[in-house]
Structures are given as C-alpha cells and as structure tokens.
Design a protein around this ligand. Structure first.
Ligand SMILES: [Zn+2]
Ligand SMILES: [Zn+2]
Ligand SMILES: [Zn+2]
Length: 412
C-alpha cells in the first residue's frame, strides 16, 4: 500500500514503525474511506453508522446532521436558521433553500472549465461571468451557447494542503487562502509566508478530511487509528478528527506521538490516546510488554493497565514485574488487574520509603539487603530476613548471622 503524501526524512525506527502501521491498514478500510494517496483525502461514508450522519433535509444543503432526533434532520447551520425563523419545521423545510454561505467550491458551470466559480449564485469563473453578463443570457442559455468553451487552468493553490484551482493567474493562492492570508497578515499572525504555506489548514469540506501535506508516518497513523477506533465500535465524525489533523499540520510533527497536547480539547486528547494505544499494540507480545513500565494488559489477554513507574529502584521494579507475571494468570474477571495493581502500589510505597530513608536511596538490592562487606555511611545495616523488618542487623558475630537482626537470625 502506498500512502505517500509528502516524502519524509524518517529515521530507521520511524521507518520500521511506518511499515508496521502501513501493513496493519486493511485494504477494505481504505476502500471504505475512498483513500487515494495522490488526492490525500479521507471521505467519510454518509451511510456508515459510526462514521457518517444523516444528510441535512434542507434543499441544496450539503452538510450532515449528526443529531437527527433533536434537530429534525437539520445540520447545525440550518438548525440555527430554523430556530431563528420561529416556524414549525415542516413549514421551514417547505420554503427553505440553502442560499446562505456554505463551505466548498465548485468549478465553473461551463463544461470542462477548470477555473473555480465565483459563488453559488454566480456559478461561473470570472472570465465566463463577464461574458455571461455582457450577453445578457441566463445561466442555462449561456452554457448552451455555441462558442462558449472551457478556458485553461491558472494552476493549483500553493498552500501545501490545498488542491484548489486558483481564480487569478498572478495570485499564488486560491480565493479562500488569499483571503485568509490577508486577514492573518493584518492581525500579525503570519511571521513567514513560506511557513504559513506549509502549516495553514486546507479549506474544510463537510464529510472529508484532507491529509495533504502531512508526513507519511502521521498519515498512516491517523488512518490506522481511525480503522481501529471504528473496529472497536466507537463513533468518529469528520468534524471531530479534522481539528486534530490541523493541529498536527500546524505543529509540523512527524508522528502522532509528537503532538503537543497543551491547548487541545478533551476529545482531541482522547483521539490521540486511542490512536497511540492502537499503534503501540501492533506487534506487542507479553515479552515485549514486560520491558515497559506501564503494561497494556490487552497484550496479556486482559483489560486495563499495570503501572510500575512509581517504583524508582530498578531491582524492586523488576521484582514487581516478575511477581505480576506470576500473579496475573491467577486472577479472573474484568477488574482482575486491580488486585495486582494494589500489590504494586504497596511496593511503590516501600520504594518511596527506601528513597526517603536510606542514604543510598535503596538503589541496589545488595546495599539494601546488607550484602556489602562494609557498613553503610551511618554505620547501620538492616536485617535482610524480612522486607518489613525495621530492625538493625547485628554488627558482630558470624559472617552469616550479622546480616540479620536478633529476631530474624535463622538459628536465633
Ligand atoms: Zn443544512
Ligand atoms: Zn469558466
Ligand atoms: Zn488554497
């Protein structure tokens, strides 16, 4: 499968991750989303229970209603206009036509003319619009008039994420991006136009997500994350995922793990978390998971997580992991891991105690267990018989007995 959008300079680790993620994306999902790498758009199927919505009932409206029962099948904009009208919904639907502004851009009405039309009300490019006005003909009559032919394209907008036709020859941008650049420049938000071209978001189209201009790995991660989220039964609408893609583009990150979550909404953070979890599970085995300090128990055939990161001493952390591996199969039920996590929390408290009370912070097992031949800096050594024994070990006697306090010494 090829997902190439922008060639990315990725290290060996990222190359491996890219291959792993790409191989996990199913062709059937790419087909469902109508993914075409050169186009770089995910098209959300309208009739899909989890990804789609109901088409707005207002004539001429291209938007989707995601709350059919509440808003009577109207999109948010039409719902706003209906409520402002203050009439029953059926009466509103009988007369309403989508004449208010909408997002999207059509080509000129003249057959095969690639230039964008001026507006929905004046559906011609500027050259054909001028000809039509001069001719005095209606739109339909002008289109059928002999001698009205398609004109050559002015080229594509130079914003990296945009594939719209330019409406003038001498402008580098489509109309939407030209206007946006003008507004943002006036408000002092454009420090460098080259950077702006790479980072500004594409024009929103309902039901689509534009991934143009994003690194190949990030594109693969987004598609795979969406696939796994859909497979799990979760709903994901295009307007939920789009801001995250725009944030990644603005931050110029190479992978979903590099996205700075500061300032993101709760939903966006959730999407990053679920996408990352899905990717982390790829190729994971209990053996590979054991090396981490936070275990995803799905890898072990269970649910939940185990967290060892609060145990600062490596020897104690590894001992806790070994114990958890033995303990997990003994547990049953949805919350089985909570008992194991409770044991790990106790060890974390013990770890904290070592950290605070020992001069060496309990960094090595031998030092903690009194296996060193020289006494600690305080001249005290602690009994190694029991983890919980607070007593000081004997400082004289036989070489083996001085590791234990009088209460715990094996033959004492
Ligand atoms: Zn609508
Ligand atoms: Zn035209
Ligand atoms: Zn553009």
């Amino acid at each position: 499968m090829s997902l190439l959008v922008v060639p990315a300079q990725v290290g060996e680790e990222q190359s491996l991750r890219l291959r792993l993620v790409q191989e996990a994306i199913e062709p059937s999902f790419l087909k469902l989303m109508q993914w075409d790498p050169p186009v770089g758009r995910l098209i959300f199927p309208k009739d899909h229970v989890q990804l789609g919505g109901v088409a707005c009932r207002v004539e001429g409206c291209r938007k989707t209603s995601f709350k059919f029962a509440v808003a009577h099948g109207l999109c948010d904009t039409c719902d706003f206009h209906w409520q402002a009208a203050g009439v029953p919904v059926e009466e509103f639907l009988a007369t309403a036509r989508r004449t208010w502004r909408y997002v999207g851009k059509d080509a000129c009405c003249v057959r095969d003319c690639p230039r964008p039309c001026k507006s929905a009300k004046e559906p011609f490019c500027y050259a054909h619009l001028h000809q039509q006005r001069v001719s005095g003909l209606s739109v339909q009559d002008f289109v059928r008039r002999s001698g009205v032919v398609a004109l050559s394209s002015f080229g594509i907008c130079q914003v990296l994420a945009c594939d719209r036709e330019k409406d003038y020859e001498r402008t580098p941008y489509c109309m939407a991006h030209r206007n946006r650049l003008s507004v943002e420049t006036r408000s002092g938000r454009v420090a460098d136009e080259e950077t702006w071209r790479r980072t500004t978001s594409p024009v929103t189209i309902t039901g689509e997500i534009n991934l143009r201009g994003l690194p190949e790995l990030l594109v693969a991660e987004i598609i795979f994350g969406l696939q796994e989220r859909t497979r799990s039964g979760a709903k994901t609408k295009d307007h939920s995922l789009r801001p995250l893609c725009d944030t990644a583009r603005r931050q110029q990150v190479g992978s979903i793990t590099e996205i700075d979550l500061a300032g993101l909404t709760r939903l966006q953070c959730q999407l990053v978390a679920t996408f990352t979890t899905s990717i982390d599970r790829l190729g994971a085995t209990p053996e590979s998971e054991r090396l981490k300090d936070v275990w995803d128990l799905v890898v072990f055939g269970m649910g939940g997580h185990l967290q060892f990161s609060d145990i600062s001493q490596s020897w104690l952390r590894e001992a806790a992991k070994a114990w958890a591996v033995e303990e997990l199969p003994q547990r049953r039920g949805k919350r089985a891991h909570t008992t194991v996590q409770s044991g790990i929390r106790s060890l974390a408290k013990f770890s904290e105690s070592l950290r605070l009370q020992r001069d060496d912070h309990g960094v090595t097992f031998d030092a903690w267990a009194g296996r060193t031949s020289s006494p600690s800096s305080t001249g005290r050594r602690f009994c190694s018989r029991r983890v919980s024994c607070p007593r000081t070990a004997a400082t004289s006697g036989s070489p083996s007995s001085d590791r234990f306090c009088a209460a715990c010494v094996p033959w004492g």
